[in-house]
Design a protein around this ligand. Sequence first.
Ligand code: UDP
Ligand code: UDP
Length: 472
Amino acid sequence: AMPTSGDASGALPHPHVVLLPSAGMGHLVPFSRLAVSLSSPGHGCGVSVATVLPTVSSAESAHLDALFGACPAVRRLDFHLAPFDASEFPGADPFFLRFEAMRRSAPLLGPLLAGAGALALVTDIALASVVIPVARDLRLPCYVLFTASAAMLSLCVHFPAYLDANAGGPVGDVGIPGVYRVPKASIPQALHHPEHLFTQQFVANGRELAKADGLLVNSFDAFEPEAIAALRNGSVAAGFPPVFSVGPLAPVSFSASEPPENQADYMRWLEAQPARSVVYVSFGSRKAISKDQLRELAVGLEASGHRFLWVVKSTVVDRDDEAELSELLGEGFLERVQGRGRALVTKAWVEQGEVLKHPAIGMFVSHCGWNSLTEAFASGVPVLAWPRFADQRVNAGIVARRGAGVWVERWSWEGDDGVVKGEEIAEKVKSVMADEMLRRSSTVVREAAMTAVAGGGTSYRSLAELVARCCD
Ligand code: UDP
Ligand code: UDP
């Protein structure tokens, strides 16, 4: 069907799709990319993003302001949560608590969605099991955006069956039918604990996914052929709904129209660096690194002799971060590395999608959050994988398998003892920076990613097919 444009009264163009992200930048980022993509002239959808205010982190709040400011075609739909008593989960991660608060408020979505006049809903994986039944009652087609890799999606789908067969025994290696075996050491930490809030949500979501109208995944056919094929051909679960592999979703540039003098300091600093000379270091938006490990990382980056741009995060929620960088990183470090302009160390948010596209970047030391990786693949930047938590070891395995980077498997994982020493970090950084083969294979990954999202490519066609279904 042809989209019709909005009329003068401001009605949304058709088809109108409501997107419902959960909490944390790792979830908001792919949803805002999807929103921009769906509302682009090529796909022509009206899009609303259901939004819970206030957000958990200030990064989310700033991102939403930028999205709605820059993209008037994307509307905000306020989702007011029911009162929620977090004291039931002492010490729980604030993002998981927000997932839970949203899950318990799912009945309130009925009236909200009915009033919005949506033709389809795309919900977040973290909310899937409670939102799918609400959408079914409204007879609203419900799609789920899985915000991690297709391999992780296959694990999410298979894991309930694994637990049932395992009859309460400890979680070991998990062989995913038609995909591959995920070793015990790569299973997200929480999944070893059945009572963990994340595990309960993960299992409930995994059980319900087969009832969705389709799954969207921010990956592409050529990159994760095993998992995508196995999900589509019923090997992972019989009768599984269609899988739309739509990645890598393109970063949205909110600052592209800014004149050069308004550019952020890190972009101006990057402009002054030679091609492929800078090591970019970030462990994502979500987790702190221990003070001891931060110190060793500082030693390692300094000893590598390379230029670097390092985004330091020392708390789970950015609003809590008051520590001084100089105190975190050790006496004299900042003066030594920043003094002569060799490095830039910041606690501020950087537009990572833009950073990774910059020609000065030579490699990426990454915690392997899936969004970060998709940005690295799309930019052809080799990754030194240092997974810490959640799905990140599964992701690091994909990086290594596809020649998009290297993974030192024995490096610490949250919950392990031990700190990786600065000398070892320095050696690895030097070897990745010097690795021409890796640079070439990372370029091959970028070319495959660009082919997938270009007109006629697998990811482009997947998204077009989803839009066509939403019009029916
Ligand atoms: N990000 C960013 N600037 C930062 C830190 C993170 O733009 O200073 C973005 C990053 O590019 C990615 C998202 O935030 O798109 C983080 O998601 P990811 O899945 O990589 O990791 P998480 O933060 O959820 O662990
Ligand atoms: N996830 C999942 N099922 C769920 C909730 C999350 O499969 O019920 C995925 C999610 O997409 C993420 C990974 O598992 O990539 C870890 O979840 P979390 O939200 O902790 O990670 P984040 O993206 O915030 O780093």
